[in-house]
Design a protein around this ligand. Structure first.
Ligand code: ARG
Length: 257
């Protein structure tokens, strides 16, 4: 009797797995069958940036390997950072991958993969600037990339460690924020450390303050309803972390100092 029950349970389990597989086939795992559409904002080196017409960088390469593992063709959509989460929520894109920081507010809107990289918010100033630490930022004009964590922290009230919305200028991307700094429209830019390094390297007369702002985890965002894709992508990511592929890509773009 006991064995019979076990057998029945097993049979049901097998049936369940098969029916799930059948479901996956009929209504596609991804927005467009056979494709993995990644939404990003490609002015964020070394995670994603344009090289001619191509979008390259750490995220683009990791996503490429994930797509390979899932037998999908990677397609990258370059959109505003603030449109990535809404687009994933609406089912326009399969994943959001953009050096995106995991936050509690975002967790309400999308689900996240394991973290594959770390970020730190830093402050870029001009070399001749009088600003030497975060404390000097009070009353200064602060540039950020709209809808990023840098924007969220800086725009918060002083009681919450921010500088107040009225002191923050929001740019459509990091490059434009840096242009604003060079043109004297803002006194500093708060942005993630690796892009900051890339911007400082590419533009003369800028430097990064020694004191950093916050530590963050980057992860891939999914539509909350697509747990199947989330699991598959996350399993692929786990394998790529475990076998060193992710580190290899990071090392290719970020030289140890
Ligand atoms: N890590 C920051 C955030 O999640 C900034 C990300 C900006 N990424 C980009 N591809 N422009 O808000």
């Amino acid at each position: 009797m006991k064995n019979l029950k076990k057998l029945l349970a097993l049979a049901l389990a097998v049936l369940f797995v098969f029916s799930m597989a059948a479901c996956g086939k009929s209504d596609s795992l991804t927005v467009e069958e056979g494709k993995l559409i990644m939404a990003t904002n490609a002015s964020f080196p070394p995670y994603e940036y344009k090289e001619g017409k191509d979008i390259v960088g750490i995220d683009a390469e990791i996503a490429g390997l994930i797509a390979d593992k899932l037998g999908l063709e990677l397609e990258i959509a370059d959109i505003e950072f603030g449109s990535i989460i809404p687009g994933v929520q609406k089912g326009k894109y399969d994943i959001g991958m953009a050096g995106m920081t995991v936050t509690d507010e975002r967790k309400e809107m999308v689900s996240f993969s394991d973290s594959y990289a770390k970020g730190v918010q830093v402050v870029i100033v001009t070399e001749d600037s009088g600003i030497t630490s975060i404390d000097d930022l009070e009353g200064k004009k602060i540039g950020v990339q709209e809808a990023t964590t840098g924007d969220i922290y800086a725009s918060d009230t002083p009681e919450n460690g921010g500088f107040g919305e009225e002191n923050v200028t929001k740019y459509a991307n990091g490059n434009l924020a840096v242009e604003g700094l060079k043109a004297g429209k803002v006194d500093c830019v708060i942005i993630d450390n690796e892009p900051a390094k890339a911007y400082v390297k590419a533009n003369e007369g800028l430097k990064i303050l020694d004191t950093s702002y916050t530590d963050e985890d980057y992860a891939i965002a999914f539509n909350k309803d697509n747990t199947e894709l989330q699991t598959k992508v996350n399993d692929a990511l786990k394998e790529l972390i475990a076998d060193g592929s992710v580190q290899k890509i990071i090392d290719k773009y970020i030289s140890a100092e």
